[in-house]
Design a protein around this ligand. Structure first.
Ligand code: F0G
Length: 373
């Protein structure tokens, strides 16, 4: 074989998270890998947010919206669907605020499985609904919130031969932990702080599992402090009480009784972290800021991590943590997880700014309207 010259050599093609992290996942050579080449998402340095925090802080954004169906769910779904196929399952079932159903129906389509999804009627973003429908899912829009849908899913699964692919399926958690692996591989170490939105709490559970496993395997020397953020009107973990009627414009995390509640507390407490609430106003501000200062379009729920970062920074939380460090000159690395793509919910973007007025095709009027005069 001819040696590749420097101009023609390319890195090996990415083959999805199961291929990349096989040694850390519950798969064998017999597992039929169902993948859309998820993972390997950008870890973007944010100049604007790093500046806002000041030296020695460096803020990175893990853009999970770049996954094939536009959210982090694909990492868990490749493992859950592959294992479902391996076990001979014919149909998968989930309750969802939108992204899980989008991902489940896409991976099920690829595997030739039937998908059934229960969604809270009128409460999921249009992009996500369009995904479930076009991938051929049987969609039940239920007149109830997500928590009720998940209870129904548990009951249906007791009575019918279907595989549940919500994060109560442990294979989902296994796949989602690869986000932590990628962050460590890219940074060359674990970050000091890991900030993430919290809804059903599967993701924070998975991420903490990933960091701990990499640490145990000797791949990293340290562990991050885990910081989770719920929306104020849907913050059961923060208040310590189930929220019967969760309210927030961040529909993806409109959840009042998270399935992985206990594991989220473990992640918080083992890492010395916090789970806090951010208001819809703070979420929207972070949402616009990410789009306008970093060029990154996320869905509102995803901006909860950055809203939390800004809220904690305003309270000088990170500065206080700095005082406890031995080497104060070393950069402090913070990673905000941006869980889903902004195009999932374009209506919110337009509402949150202002739709453009229609103008006559007149140069003078247009120049004035676009600020060129
Ligand atoms: N961000 C987005 C965009 C989500 O879709 C979700 C959860 C979360 C954050 C929270 O993650 O539940 O693991 O704590 N969406 C689920 C769904 C509930 O059905 O799509 P979590």
């Amino acid at each position: 074989m001819a040696a590749a010259s420097s101009t023609t050599s390319r890195p090996a093609a990415w083959r999805g998270v199961i291929d990349a992290y096989r040694a850390h996942l519950p798969v064998s050579p017999a597992t039929p890998v169902v993948t859309l080449l998820e993972g390997n998402t950008p870890l973007l340095y944010s100049k604007a947010l790093s500046r806002r925090l000041g030296e020695p802080f460096r803020v990175y954004l893990k853009y999970e919206g770049a996954n094939p169906t536009g959210s982090f769910k694909d990492r868990g779904m490749t493992v859950a669907i592959s294992k479902a196929v391996e076990a001979g399952s014919r149909a998968v079932l989930c309750a969802s605020t939108g992204n899980t159903s989008a991902s489940a129906s896409a991976y099920a389509a690829r595997a030739g499985l039937r998908s059934i999804v229960l969604i809270p009627s009128g409460a999921i973003a249009m992009g996500k609904l369009s995904q479930a429908l076009i991938h051929g899912a049987n969609v039940a829009a239920v007149d109830a919130n997500f928590d009720v849908c998940l209870e129904l899913v548990r009951t249906i699964a007791d009575r019918h031969p279907v595989t549940v692919v919500n994060s109560i399926n442990p294979f989902r958690i296994e796949g989602q932990k690869t986000c932590a692996f990628e962050i460590c591989d890219t940074l060359g170490r674990a970050p000091d702080f890991h900030l993430t939105p919290v809804g059903n709490a599967g993701n924070i559970t998975a991420q903490w599992k990933g960091y701990r496993e990499y640490h145990k395997a000797g791949r990293t020397g340290g562990l991050p402090v885990m910081l989770g953020f719920q929306a104020r009107g849907a913050a059961p973990i923060v208040s310590g009480r189930v929220v019967k009627k969760p309210r927030t414009l961040a529909t993806a995390i409109r959840i009042g009784n998270p399935a992985s509640w206990q594991q989220a507390l473990v992640a918080r407490d083992e890492s010395g972290g916090r789970i806090e609430a951010v208001s819809d106003r703070q979420i929207l501000q972070a949402y616009q800021r990410l789009a306008q200062e970093d060029g990154v379009f996320v869905e509102p729920a995803s901006a909860a991590s950055v809203a939390g970062l800004l809220a904690l920074a305003a309270r000088r939380y990170f500065r206080a943590a700095l005082r406890r460090r031995r080497n104060r000159n070393e950069p402090v690395l913070l990673v905000c997880i941006l869980t889903g793509h902004g195009l999932k919910d374009p209506e919110r973007a337009i509402q949150s700014i202002r739709a453009p007025r229609t103008l006559p095709p007149d140069l003078k009027t247009i120049s004035k309207a676009v600020g060129l005069q």
